[in-house]
Design a binder for this molecule. Structure first.
Ligand SMILES: Cc1ncc(COP(=O)(O)O)c(C=O)c1O
Length: 443
């Protein structure tokens, strides 16, 4: 891309917007993939109290022990403030890295604290891993659908995403084999498989245990790294944990973890566990991005793990989310029109819904918001424009009553959409869009 191209073809340009941005000629070519979520504009409306938002992925923090946390933070500053408020190392606080290893052991991972790099949320881990491995045009294989924030990072580094299908048991090994063979036949370099094995965002499904070794083996055979993103792994409704892919092949799996869903998303503390050889480059990448992750926040997490019953707290989160999941599934059963289907998550935050044929969830969204319910339309979770018949519904944040009311409203909108289709033929405006960056409410 060069500055001599017409404005509408320059990076970062959007049709009809090229007169608005005086910096358009200056952007780097890689900004071309950075497009704001089209639903972000709706969030101002969707966050009004009268709208039931089933769109966001915000954890429900109401159950946190705020009083004891605030006492603890005050103590931290008075006792250790000169360390807590100072720069630290890009690698992360050593005591926290040790505690992280204990947490990962719950999923069968045996790791050395030196191989853990603390990040500003696992989103930063995703960004760094993509930065380390992807040149423009390299292929990243990801489940279809996939996490919108990951698609945003891949687009920012101009990687090409190839989606691989899932079923109720997660990523389909044979589909992965075929995607790899196809890419190889085309002479394309596949850099890694990006996968969310547990309580997938947005699909809500979990990778079957018997598929895990097979997937790791396929990637090793093809010389492709695995990037395992696991923020929801400890949120199984029955308390079960699954063997991490990382535990099956430590030399070929980069593991991303986070305290966002099991403690507090606003602290922005996550981590990367990398194969030893990759760790040094990760630390350098982290240093150039942020110098170091926030020392105060790392110490808050570390003290919390040391002094609170954090496993009991996760159990409380799980119970809250299970109650909400149950409310959503029974409301979907009760209200959604024939021709709809949805996944049945055993943990995590999300249900992935397929609506009756002919309905376009992206086109329908403004009408849903007018009817005071919001969801995340499926197209944002694909890099290639698929997903117009799907939507992600989150049950993590609203109360069970609000969830039931939201689903009832959604069903009403679907019924009117279908009524219009019966009367006038299709109302869908087929939408093909690239990856969208998440708003703070859509992660
Ligand atoms: C699959 C997945 N990966 C990564 C993230 C980012 O999490 P963090 O808050 O740790 O940056 C999210 C957040 O929703 C997520 O769902």
């Amino acid at each position: 891309m060069t500055a001599s191209q017409p404005p509408e073809h320059r990076p970062g340009s959007e049709p009809g917007r090229h007169n608005l941005d005086p910096h358009l000629d200056r952007y780097a070519a890689r900004t071309a993939g950075m497009t704001a979520s089209e639903i972000r504009a709706l969030f101002a409306v969707a966050s009004r109290p009268e709208v039931v938002s089933l769109a966001g992925g915000m954890p429900n923090l109401a159950a946190l022990p705020l009083d004891s946390l605030s006492t603890q933070m005050a103590e931290l500053i008075s006792e250790d403030g000169l360390v807590a408020l100072q720069y630290g190392s890009a690698h992360g606080v050593p005591a926290l890295r040790e505690q992280i290893c204990e947490i990962m052991a719950m999923e069968g991972i045996s790791a050395h604290p030196d191989d853990v790099v603390v990040t500003v949320g696992s989103q930063m881990g995703l960004d760094m891993v993509t930065r380390l491995f992807c040149d423009p045009g390299d292929v990243v294989i990801a489940e279809g659908p996939s996490y919108v924030g990951a698609l945003g990072s891949f687009a920012a580094y101009q990687a090409k995403v190839v989606h691989v299908a899932m079923d109720d048991n997660g990523l389909i090994p044979q589909a992965l084999r075929e995607a790899l063979a196809h890419a190889e036949k085309q002479g394309r370099r596949v850099k890694f498989l990006y996968t969310i094995p547990n309580f997938h965002n947005p699909a809500g499904v979990t990778l079957a245990v018997e598929r895990r070794a097979e997937i790791v083996e396929i990637c090793a055979q093809h010389g492709v790294l695995v990037v395992e993103d696991n923020p929801y792994g400890l949120l199984a409704f029955d308390g079960q944990t699954y063997p991490a892919l990382r535990s099956l092949d430590p030399d070929n799996v980069v593991y991303l973890g986070s305290f966002s869903k099991t403690f507090a998303s606003g602290l922005r503390v996550g981590w990367v566990l990398a194969p030893h050889a990759v760790r040094e480059k990760l630390v350098l990448a982290a240093e150039s991005a942020t110098l170091c992750p926030p020392t105060l926040n790392q110490l808050v997490v570390s003290r919390y793990l040391e002094t609170h019953d954090w496993k009991g707290q996760i159990k409380t989160f799980r119970e809250n989310y299970r109650e909400r999941r149950d409310a959503m599934l029974s409301a979907l059963e009760q209200h959604l029109p024939e021709g709809s289907s949805w996944t049945h998550p055993d943990g995590g935050f999300y249900v992935w819904v397929t609506v009756p044929e002919g309905v376009d969830t992206k086109a329908m969204l403004p009408r849903a918001v007018t009817a005071r319910v919001a969801y995340a339309s499926g197209t944002g979770f694909y890099a290639d424009g698929f997903g117009s018949r799907q939507m992600r519904l989150s049950y993590c944040y609203p109360t069970p009553e609000r969830i039931r009311e939201g689903v009832r409203r959604l069903a009403g909108v679907l019924e009117s959409e279908m009524e219009l289709m019966r009367t006038f033929g299709s109302v869908q405006t087929r939408t093909v869009s690239g990856p969208q960056f998440p708003g703070p409410d859509t992660a």
